[in-house]
Write a protein that binds this ligand. Sequence first.
Ligand SMILES: Cc1cc2nc3c(=O)[nH]c(=O)nc-3n(C[C@H](O)[C@H](O)[C@H](O)COP(=O)(O)O)c2cc1C
Ligand code: SF4
Length: 420
Amino acid sequence: MPEQKMLTKRIGDINPLSIKDALEKGTYKQLEKALKMNRIDLIDEVEKANLRGRGGAGFPMHIKMMSTAKQESTPKYVVCNADEGEPGNFKDRYLMENDPHIILEGILIAAYATGASKGYFYIRGEYNQAISIMKWAIEEAKENGLLGTGIQGSDFDFDIEIRTGAGSYVVGEEFAMIESIEGKSGRTRVKPPFPTDEGVFGKPTLLNNVETYCNLPFIVDMGGENYSKIGTKTSTGTKLISLSGNVTNPGVYEVPFGTTVREVIEDLGGGVPNEHKIKMVQLGGACGPIIPEFMLDLQIDFERFEEFESKTGAGAIIVMDERQDLFEVLMRIVKFFQHESCGRCTPCREGHVHLEKLVHSFFKGDGNPNELYSLESLARVMHHSSLCGLGQSSPISIISSLSYFRDAFHDRMAFGGGEK
Ligand SMILES: Cc1cc2nc3c(=O)[nH]c(=O)nc-3n(C[C@H](O)[C@H](O)[C@H](O)COP(=O)(O)O)c2cc1C
Ligand code: SF4
């Protein structure tokens, strides 16, 4: 099965440090077209396309756009979430480092449609190269009249500023990001109100992922209806997958929704090297479900992933062969989230401390039935009662492991053999 390149089509052929090259290859042509359209018609095209957010939650883009557009309060903001802090995800970095102008074009189309005049491009602080490339691209766009006042001879004014993270993962969550942009500590807020009503500095704010914005020029180009024919009926378009782990060709691949996990691993990733066998695969990123080999014919789409009480996440596939120990993996995941918890709510702050102790018992081969019960109930309580997506999704790896690898927990009980 080949890739279906749309967002990544020009990568390799375009010089990311040259706006001249980008312009010659057609970037900003769809912005020109969009600027001649009525704002509401533009949002209608996004609705017809059924574009859903690529940052994890899969929320319909047009609803956020319309909600921001109809607000009377000004100024309005557009935020691009390029924090990408979740282990296993690197597709936004790939876009930023290789085709920065396609991202800016998407943001500009979204800003025009919603009436926003100011943008923040929030990049993960560790992404030094992406930060430099995006800064360069923004400067070049300004010099070429694509940012600032009267863009492309229209009455549309828009400017964008880069903000960088400082090593926090939770700042990728939308409200934590907004707080950080405002100069506060990056912690979430209680919702509602949502960012479209009260976002940056209390003003209407459209906040989306890098990949989500990149789809807009293609929707403008081909029209929403044609775009919606790519992928499946309910999950339209393509998805960038960050493929990593025990796989021959790790990397970023662009596939239509509906492609199976097995196709990505075997046809594009070249399978597991050295005749090792796949033992388990984690989907979405560190906060996604861990599934066994026999489930790899699962389609990549929003609905299938929701069956795991999960989201597609940002599209990571992490392959682990038979040499990997499930409990070592779970320990790493729990420690990561414990470290990243902002401490604001009890289920997540205290829950991770206990999760770590419980997983550690099984890791050592010292578990017992009471701990198995406690582990399962605690993971579910955290999933259902944490304040933000960090605490809600971090236990998914444990919940899914208990569903698909339950025998492994029994094998790690003190009386069940116990050896690692
Ligand atoms: C702990 C946490 C971290 C997140 N990190 C990111 C991130 O790095 N990038 C991202 O786009 N969305 C991230 N999200 C999701 C955002 O809150 C938000 O839903 C998303 O940026 C919206 O964009 P989209 O609709 O285009 O997907 C994170 C959510 C949580 C709870
Ligand atoms: S779930 Fe965790 S990260 Fe989110 S608000 Fe609660 S303590 Fe903070």
